[in-house]
Structure formats: structure tokens, C-alpha cells
Design a protein around this ligand. Structure first.
Ligand code: ZN
Length: 133
């Protein structure tokens, strides 16, 4: 899945999550930051790490949530969600993801073709939520 689709798919869901705790403007800023950072797990392609393994692991999500719990530093919460949304979104692609290190392949979607349409719907949903929620 490309970076733009990850960004657009994450935006409304991150906004809903952050809106539970933060003001509307804070939630918009955190959702945009979170959506932007969803590219991070795919740095495995740049770093030469086997694709969709350790960087697409729920262990990293857990690590960032623990760091957030210990420090209460908002950035760890943003990172945890960015990785979590990325993993969920990749599970809808034809390649799916492995639940590293367990090696169970998770594939919720049969093809990746629906993603562009879903991205546009997600963007519209985010705009509607930001105006009304
Ligand atoms: Zn990925």
C-alpha cells in the first residue's frame, strides 16, 4: 500500500481516537501527525530489513503504548497508533501481513484495488468528522 493511501485511510480513524481525549483542534493536529507517520513501518524497504516483519509487528505497537504509559509523552501514543493503523491497513492488501514473530498470515482483503476508493471516502469522512464530531 502506498504512503498516500495509508495517510488518507488513517486520518479519520486517528481523529476519532484522539477526539475522545483531546479538543477538536488538538485531535485534528494529532490525527494529521499520526496519519503522516504511518509511512514509518515501510522504512524496512529502505533499511534492507525483510518486508512486513519486525516493523509490521504488534510488538512495536505494544512497545510504544508501554512507553506512552510510562512517560505520558503524547508522541509515543501517536507512534503506537501510526504503526497499528499501518498494520491493519496492510492486512487489507492482497499480500496481507504476517503476525510477526508468530508467522500467521493475516489477509482481510482479497485485492488492494479498493484502497484508492476507500482513501477518498476516508478523506471525506475526516472532513465531515472534523466539522461535526
Ligand atoms: Zn507496510
Amino acid at each position: 500500500m502506498n504512503r498516500k493511501d495509508h495517510f488518507l485511510l488513517t486520518l479519520p480513524w486517528a481523529y476519532i481516537f484522539f477526539r475522545l481525549k483531546y479538543t477538536k483542534i488538538q485531535a485534528i493536529i494529532l490525527a494529521i501527525l499520526c496519519a503522516y507517520l504511518t509511512f514509518l513501518p515501510d522504512l524496512d524497504l529502505v533499511l534492507g530489513i525483510k518486508h512486513r516483519t519486525i516493523t509490521h509487528s504488534l510488538l512495536i505497537v505494544l512497545l510504544f503504548f508501554i512507553l506512552y504509559y510510562l512517560t505520558k509523552f503524547f508522541f509515543f501514543e501517536v507512534l503506537a497508533l501510526a504503526f497499528l493503523f499501518h498494520i491493519i491497513e496492510d492486512s487489507f492488501t492482497s499480500m496481507g501481513i504476517k503476525l510477526y514473530p508468530l508467522n500467521y498470515r493475516i489477509r482481510l482483503g482479497k485485492t488492494g484495488y479498493w484502497i484508492n476508493v476507500a482513501s477518498i471516502i476516508s478523506l471525506l469522512l475526516f472532513i465531515w468528522l472534523a466539522l461535526n464530531y
